[in-house]
Design a binder for this molecule. Structure first.
Ligand SMILES: CCCCCCCCCCCC(=O)SCCNC(=O)CCNC(=O)[C@H](O)C(C)(C)COP(=O)(O)OP(=O)(O)OC[C@H]1O[C@@H](n2cnc3c(N)ncnc32)[C@H](O)[C@@H]1OP(=O)(O)O
Length: 223
């Protein structure tokens, strides 16, 4: 599914975010950026009720218009058409945590330098849990995606079997969160990854993830 030696497409080859490979994904990244901003505004703006109602009506017109277009439900549906890129390219755009065309994604960028995976994420106020800090579920989601991508370098990528997070101090909002991970061990189909998240140079959380290469191909697991 992901081939890090693929000369055509390895989205994790450098710190620079891999650019969109078609006009469609360039347009969807723009759409995602606007929606990401709207997510933050939905939970922070202090506009009048009239203004909120009027803008919501405007947005409903946009949503109703987009809803009339054909749809692909899920990455594999996009792959099947043959028009949107390969699985790696599509996952790079649509992934729930790291997709650059997914408005839910908290801007997670991942790159690999040898055996070490690096990442940066930034969570705005829609990701708030404790007052002023990132919700622990999003911290775990970032680790899941980050460790999940970092394990691919081991050559036997798998699904998350378990993920353990130690929350050492609250993780601040609106702050660049830097991530680092390395493979701790690999035994057969099992790969253990360990990583840490830092804000302002201080570790806010550490995580250990066990990834298990499934016996059956992913495409058949949903059946
Ligand atoms: C693929 C490309 C992806 C490439 C893409 C990767 C991107 C990852 C980034 C996103 C990460 C996610 O969100 S993934 C989504 C969250 N995770 C999931 O939904 C996974 C759901 N669970 C499953 O599908 C399955 O349970 C698997 C795949 C994890 C394991 O199933 P299986 O392949 O049938 O495994 P099985 O033979 O029973 O067990 C193999 C060995 O692992 C152990 N084992 C099995 N499950 C667990 C477990 N949860 N925790 C600990 N250990 C376990 C068994 O005891 C056994 O040990 P022994 O007897 O050999 O000692």
């Amino acid at each position: 599914m992901f081939d890090l030696t693929d000369p055509v497409f390895n989205p994790y080859a450098s710190e620079e975010i891999t650019p969109p490979h078609t006009r469609e994904w360039a347009a969807k990244r723009k759409l995602a950026r606007v929606l990401h901003q709207l997510n933050e505004l939905a939970v922070t703006c202090n506009a009048s009720v009239e203004e909120i109602e009027a803008r919501t009506a405007d947005l409903q017109v946009v949503a109703d218009s987009l809803a009339t277009a054909p749809r692909c439900l899920g990455t594999l549906a996009f792959v099947k058409t043959g028009d949107h890129g390969n699985y790696g390219q599509i996952n790079h755009e649509l992934n729930a945590v790291g997709g650059h065309s997914n408005p839910l994604a908290p801007g997670l960028n991942i790159w690999l330098e040898g055996a070490v995976a690096h990442g940066v994420a930034r969570c705005h106020h829609a990701y708030e849990g404790p007052p002023g800090f990132v919700h622990g579920g999003y911290v775990a989601a970032i680790f899941d995606q980050f460790l999940g991508m970092a394990q691919i370098a081991g050559g036997r990528p798998g699904m998350t079997g378990s993920l353990s997070v130690r929350y050492l101090r609250p993780t601040p909002l609106d702050t660049d969160l830097t991530l680092r991970a390395e493979m701790a061990e690999t035994v057969g189909r099992k790969t253990v990854m360990r990583g840490e998240m830092l804000a302002g140079g201080k570790v806010t959380a550490t995580a250990e993830g066990l990834f298990i290469e499934p016996q059956r191909p992913l495409q058949t697991l949903a059946r």
